[in-house]
Ligand binder design. Structure first.
Ligand code: KG4
Ligand code: ZN
Length: 322
């Protein structure tokens, strides 16, 4: 079954065709319009998706060699409602025109199962650390559609912390890649930033870490940008991996996947492989938002017999573990 997946939940307009042999085409257009605002502006994102979605899907179909997919799916949430609506409505229109099944896909399930597109792919059950600009959650994935939340952030998402720290340092948006690059040239022991905990849970809190970076930056004898970036990155990765380690111990699950934009981080990618667990780390291009992760999840559910009605609506606050 060749499935077209469309993703427009934030600032990437993306489409992909996934078939029995894997990804046939995967086109991602990243909106640059937000850079000057230091963050994604929802209304501008929606408008920019309207301008690009048809061209991105056309290019994807042409590259895949599949002119008439067997099914169409799209991100229904979570995400920015106006942005989600664009890809979702276009996907439904294509499904109606081609007279093929349509399916709504949860964006976080897309990230979580993106390592299933790789070889070797993890087998259920596994732990999934989904770390993006809007979410930081650790799941126990027992099977397709069977997800349990083990830990989540009580305030900022990890990617948001990277973005906010970069903004404080005047490094632009998105912050993750810039901090990652600067950190490579710095001493990650230069500043001892705190490792906040939420008592009695595996949950994270990143706002305290962000605030302590802000306080440090105001000091007269502050460390260099490289050292601050490296020290902040070490603290953030320490916090993320600490919960993975504890969850692996509590659940007995030894397989772990990382996914979402922050999974592109060099230190996280390196250190998850040094924990004595069976780690699955998708290629960087598959960590940030893309259409292949949506087509992949849609295809898995379609093959399990799921279909959505064409009057299905978007679900901007859709939890993957409801
Ligand atoms: O998954 P994603 O593309 O979009 C959301 O669903 O949010 O994640 C975007 C987030 C941004 O916060 C960005 O700063 C972060 O991922 N990110 C990184 C890196 N590359 C992207 N964070 C740390 N290190 C990176 N190399
Ligand atoms: Zn995402």
């Amino acid at each position: 079954m060749n499935v077209l997946g469309i993703e427009t939940s934030c600032d990437e307009t993306a489409a992909s065709v996934v078939g029995p042999s894997g990804v046939l085409a995967d086109i991602v257009h990243t909106q640059l319009i937000h850079v000057e605002f230091g963050g994604v502006v929802p209304e501008l994102a929606a408008r920019a998706h309207v301008e690009k979605v048809v061209a991105v899907v056309d290019a994807c179909l042409a590259r895949s060699g599949v002119s008439h997919p067997d099914a169409v799916c799209a991100t229904a949430g979570p995400g920015l409602i106006g942005a989600v609506l664009v890809g979702f409505c276009y996907a439904k229109a294509l499904a109606a025109a081609w007279d093929v099944p349509f399916l709504s896909v949860n964006h976080l399930e897309g990230h979580m199962l993106s390592p299933l597109l790789d070889d070797p792919a993890p087998e259920f059950p596994f732990l999934a650390l989904v770390v993006s600009g809007g979410h930081t959650t650790l799941y126990a994935c027992h099977g397709l559609g069977e997800y349990e939340i083990l830990a989540a952030t009580v305030d900022d998402a990890a990617g948001e912390a990277f973005d906010k720290v970069a903004r404080m340092m005047g490094l632009g948006y998105p912050g993750g890649p810039v901090i990652d690059e600067l950190a490579a040239k710095g001493n990650n022991r230069a500043v001892d930033f705190p490792h906040p905990r939420v008592r009695g849970t595996l949950d994270w809190s990143f706002s305290g870490l962000k605030t302590s970076v802000r306080s440090h930056l105001l000091k007269n004898d502050r460390a260099s940008d490289e050292d601050v970036a490296a020290s902040f990155q070490r603290a953030a990765v320490d916090c993320l991996l600490d919960r993975v380690k504890k969850a692996a111990k509590q659940t007995g699950l030894r397989r772990v996947v990382i996914a979402g934009g922050v999974a592109a981080n060099s230190e996280l990618r390196l250190r998850i492989n040094q924990m004595g667990l069976e780690a699955y780390v998708p290629p960087r291009s598959r960590c940030t938002d893309n259409g292949a992760m949506i087509a992949n999840v849609g295809r898995l559910h379609l093959m399990a017999g799921r279909r959505d009605n064409l009057n299905a609506g978007v679900r901007p606050g859709w939890s993957v573990a409801e």
